[in-house]
Design a protein around this ligand. Structure first.
Ligand code: NAP
Length: 293
């Protein structure tokens, strides 16, 4: 299955590398050619100068770019390359409406589409252990199995186009709550002068344990927030979730509070940090003890 990859960011670089390891990668495209050259040097797959050229040379195209407008512009470029009979898999996190629009644009060119957002962070991407939530026709999902299997471990077909993104929206609401709980608890732990490594070892494997405390607990308390999952990207996702909830007449108070916190952090120059930078605000709740972070 000749597969092309578009978007070699924090996630895409490792996902493309795993496709290469599985013998599926035919080529890559990245908007910034320096990053594409870096990939080629380390993995050996060719970098194409345009999305159209990559699309012409592949049967399957995987996309992992930032936001809704970016996905739609990539889809437009693919649609312009006469992609009849091909398959496009979008692993970016965007709105359900964008997934539906992308599928319709490609269907007009007789090209299949799956929305397949991922969860598991940069570590999951590197290890090929992502959870992948997929929307699209069952037969198309079956066709995509080798490609998805090279990047993920738990791959679930959720239903028609858009259900992958709807599932990811639920995931992001949950991630907001976990971030709030873990950053607040860790600032509290630091203020109690507890040994953080031991605390994570015992709490992280009990009923309150979770991926985030185990992978980001030590670094956040040390005031270290390398991305990871960029705060600006989670903010983008929560705004999508908020809009989806409003559309169905509901509310997401925890996400609402997280949006406000992230906006404060963006305004003070922390947009490119990992979402664990929320610890900065929580540390300020314990001014005498939790450190400046
Ligand atoms: P990132 O490191 O910021 O990389 C974004 C990638 O998209 C870059 O390769 C960028 O190219 C490309 N891009 C952006 N706009 C583009 C456009 N208009 N045309 C072509 N390429 C474009 O982001 P990331 O962390 O890899 O995240 C990618 C997606 O996965 C996002 O939707 C994010 O929400 C989702 N996600 C991220 C994580 C995580 O832990 N990081 C986890 C799950 C899901 P340039 O290099 O030229 O800028």
């Amino acid at each position: 299955m000749q597969t092309g990859f578009i978007g070699l960011g924090a996630m895409g670089f490792s996902m493309a590398r795993n496709l290469h390891k599985a013998g599926l990668l035919a080529g890559v495209f990245n908007r910034n050619p320096v990053r594409a050259a870096e990939f080629c040097q380390s993995a050996g797959a060719p970098a194409y100068r345009s999305i159209e050229e990559l699309a012409e040379n592949c049967e399957v195209l995987v996309i992992c770019v930032s936001a809704d407008a970016d996905v739609l512009s990539v889809i437009n470029a693919i649609a312009g390359a006469k992609p009849a009979g091909k398959l496009v898999i979008d692993c970016s996190t965007v709105s359900r409406d964008t997934a539906v629009a992308a599928a319709a644009r490609l269907q007009a060119e007789d090209c299949d589409f799956l929305d397949a957002p991922v969860s598991g962070g940069t570590e999951g991407a590197r290890l090929g252990q992502l959870s992948i939530m997929v929307g699209g026709k069952a037969a198309v999902f079956d066709r995509a199995a080798p490609v998805l299997g090279a990047m993920g471990q738990r791959i679930i077909h959720m239903g028609p186009v858009g259900t992958g993104q709807a599932t990811k929206a639920v995931n992001q609401v949950m991630a907001a709550g976990i971030n709030q709980a873990v950053t607040e608890a860790m600032a509290f732990a630091k203020s109690l002068d507890l040994p953080i490594d031991k605390l994570i070892e015992v709490v992280g494997s009990g009923a309150a344990g979770n991926w985030f405390v185990n992978h980001r607990g030590m670094s956040m308390v040390a005031g270290d927030y390398p991305p990871g999952f960029k705060l600006a990207l989670h903010l983008k996702d929560l705004l999508i979730c908020q809009q989806m909830a409003q559309t169905i007449g509901g509310q997401l108070p925890l996400s609402q509070a997280t949006i406000a916190d992230y906006q404060r952090l963006v305004e003070t120059g922390h947009a490119e940090e990992d979402i664990s930078a929320l610890y900065r605000l929580k540390a300020s709740l314990f001014p005498n003890k939790a450190g400046s972070a």
